[in-house]
Write a protein that binds this ligand. Structure first.
Ligand code: FES
Ligand code: FES
Length: 142
């Protein structure tokens, strides 16, 4: 697939130097999800206190798009309320629909905009965000 060179560099940086990759013991929510089209999987852990995401960690195996997306997502939601995190998930969906979205909060996310032209890859990029949506639901109940 063809992505803008700068965007490619941002994506590969998150893939090779993942932020927040790993696990934690003091999580409030753990979500396991896989991408049915390829079988790749992610585990997302959130530590939520007073409705705020204090920490987010992930592990899993997947392509560079899915893992870099998880790296960016976990970085972007840290310190956000559950509502703000959901708002970011909505914005990311709009980005995947090809809409011109700007992430003032976390510009690296814009590097994934080119993925919107490749339907199969959209599933890769949204895996982590779908896990987040589940985690937010669970976090609200807990
Ligand atoms: Fe391009 Fe997997 S990241 S094919
Ligand atoms: Fe499996 Fe991208 S190819 S998540």
């Amino acid at each position: 697939m063809q992505l803008d060179e700068l965007y490619r560099r941002v994506i590969m940086d998150h893939y090779k130097n993942p932020r927040n990759r790993g696990t934690m013991d003091e999580d409030s929510v753990t979500v396991n999800l896989n991408n049915p089209t390829c079988g790749d999987r992610i585990q997302l852990q959130l530590r939520v206190e007073d409705g705020v995401v204090k920490q987010a960690k992930y592990t899993g195996e997947g392509c560079s798009i899915s893992m870099s997306s998880a790296s960016m997502m976990t970085d972007a939601i840290r310190g956000k309320t559950l509502d703000e995190a959901l708002g970011l998930a909505e914005k990311f969906s709009a980005l995947m629909q090809g809409q011109p979205v700007e992430f003032e909060e976390y510009e690296d996310l814009e590097a994934l905009s080119g993925v919107s032209k490749f339907p199969a890859r959209i599933k890769c990029a949204t895996l982590a965000w779908n896990a987040l949506r589940k985690g937010i639901e669970a976090g609200r109940q807990g």
